[in-house]
Design a protein around this ligand. Structure first.
Ligand code: HEM
Length: 156
């Protein structure tokens, strides 16, 4: 995964638990604390090791860490220079989700080694939406729960 993702995990820990907690996560994950380069792709195993170390530091299951990460991602990307791109993807939940693959496609123009997930939206009765998520990666579905919660917050 691109360093942007690992940096967001770092910021999530630092902003909620402080620098010392992040240093312990790095020690637990066996990585140096020199940080990640946002535009550089890293092996997926690094991200999974980080999530495991954060889970131990915060004493919460890995799925809960992923969910918190997903919710944070909505705020983080807006702060990291992708705010206009997010805004251009749609003014409400349904149109945003329908445009998500196109929006990721535009991110891919600057981060060409992305392995993109695919999303589609299905309309159910009473205005409910069913979101389909397809990924080459195993085990990241809890992120999507957090992302959807973050988007629900964004769109009220
Ligand atoms: C402008 C905002 C966004 C940016 C810049 C962005 C960028 C990225 C990047 C860089 C990755 C890692 C891909 C890789 O390295 O292979 C990623 C993955 C992912 N993104 Fe986005 N993203 C954004 C918004 C969203 C939103 C709003 C959602 C969903 C509601 C979403 C869902 C995901 C998921 C689920 C993954 C995990 C990939 C997988 O399943 O393999 N992203 N995104």
């Amino acid at each position: 995964m691109y360093g942007l993702v690992n940096r967001a995990i770092e910021q999530l820990v630092v902003s909620s638990k402080g620098d010392a907690a992040w240093q312990r996560v790095c020690a637990g994950a066996g990585i140096g604390a020199e940080g990640f380069v946002a535009m550089c792709p890293y092996d997926d195993s690094l991200t999974f090791t980080l999530v495991q170390a954060v889970s131990e530091e915060l004493a919460m299951p890995p799925a809960q860490v992923l969910e918190a990460f997903g919710e944070y991602w909505i705020l983080y990307t807006a702060d990291e220079g992708y705010g206009e791109l997010m805004a251009s993807a749609g003014p409400d939940m349904r149109s945003f989700l329908a445009n998500l693959d196109d929006m990721h496609g535009r991110v891919e123009a600057v981060l060409p080694q992305m392995k993109l997930p695919r999303f589609s939206v299905e309309d159910l009765a009473d205005g409910a939406l069913r979101v389909h998520y397809r990924s080459e990666r195993e085990g990241l579905a809890p992120i999507v729960v957090g992302l959807l919660r973050g988007l629900a917050g964004r769109f009220g």
